[in-house]
Design a protein around this ligand. Sequence first.
Ligand code: GLN
Length: 550
Amino acid sequence: MPNTRYIFITGGVASSLGKGVTIASIGALLEARGFKVTIQKMDPYINEDPGTMSPFQHGEVYVTEDGAETDLDLGYYERFTNSKLTKLNSITTGQIYKTVIERERQGEYQGRTVQVIPHITNEIKSRILKLKNADPELDFILVEIGGTVGDIESVPFLEAIRQFRFDNGREKTLYIHLTLVPTISVAGEIKTKPTQHSVKELLKQGIQPDILISRATKPLTPEIKWKISQFTNVPSDRVFSAADIDYTIYEVPLNLHQERIDDVIIQYFGMESVSPLFQGEMNPMLQKWEKIVDYFKNPATTVKIAIVGKYVEVSDAYRSLYEALWHGGFPHNCKVEYIKIDSEKITPENYKEYLSGIQGILVPGGFGNRGVEGKLISIRYARESKIPYFGICLGMQCAVIEYARNVLGLEGANSTEFNPDTPHPVIHIMDEQIGIDKMGGTTRKGAYPCQIQDNTRMEEAYEQKTIHERHRHRYEFNNLYLDQYLRKGLVVSGVSPDNKLVEAVELSRNNHPWFVGTQFHPEFQSKPHKPHPLFVKFIEAAIQYQKVNP
Ligand code: GLN
């Protein structure tokens, strides 16, 4: 049984430095040596999960196969590594306190005062160990502590990982601290002081980092590394730069490898450089990443896809989607540029201005009525002008509504989410769901099977009869209207195995070059090394559209 090692990453100086991408990249480098890894995120906020948070606040809510609504960093973990993430991989302060308080109510603490130390910290530590119990074969468990060192909220988590080393030994635990080393633009000077302070802050919590990674505009010089080392007790050969990337985040594993961080980690733990079970060579694994970066550097073509959504000004609100679009371009050596369009701004008068010069339209998932009419206008344009269209979740529901209004002639057709009194509720909540209206935890979430119909775009993409895709929604296609749709040419190309739920609709290839809507979110399963087939086909259609409409 492998001797599991634990790597913790904390962040300092500023938020949004890319801890998630950094730890995911380290995971990828360890996997390239044949080791088995998983990655866990600890989020210090009090929400039980980000499921009820607005994407304006929090960015995308990533959904795991077992239906956990999690931080978008888990998306990076799954895209960069082979680890299969579950509910166990995402922890929040809310979950920890909830468990401890429930236990207290049941009298499990036998009259003792329940305190942050040891009760909360013990619960946090036990959540790390649960991962090991779930998969004893793991060589590494990587843990990202959300937030920034110095935040009040993260103190119990830092204390828990401090204790974790005390419990398990230095030889099994490694602390990485990611900081910012800014350059003052006027003087062009590189400043190490914020990093010095950040490490002091960590020391106050009893944690001496073993490795520092510094985000900087350019790679750090040996002198700067030496200076950081002098102030932080971290040997200068364990101070690494994470310089700004040139083309894509997929450069990060390669950049960190060039800095030899994976060698240092392996040496730190006194391990063999590759897993004893490892058959292959490391270089081919890295070449796979090089190839990905090359798609961004030297694409043969570029297509533009309009994403007509509500949360367009938040850079991370559709993170998995943006990446799935890139991935869809890889097999065609095509660079995908996404143009984010605020659907609220689209009107019957101006839509062509917004949607000119694009080769595909995508309406992503979303909640609430705002901006829906702009989405319907865009979908009508895609359908009538034969522009490739991909509707995901809400984007499929909107395609169904648009078809009802403009093809079936059902005036005022809508989803009961947007108009509970609509005369034609073509999207509705199913009877068995009525009555569950508590916020959070009531949606259909996680992976469900779907049966694919023959001779459809879906079949052409998946080349399979049964697929499993992840969901996150409450409303469904209303089967009372099914016959009307079928008579008017809408193709139902995916259904649940019991035939009760419509999971995918499309237009037949005689009527449209590519028009597909899915009730599930395929973007959650797309990886750079394994682009999702629906995205591959959507981009193929966009390239074709460009050839015909240069
Ligand atoms: N709001 C819709 C529903 O709940 C769609 C959700 C989504 O797009 N993720 O069914």
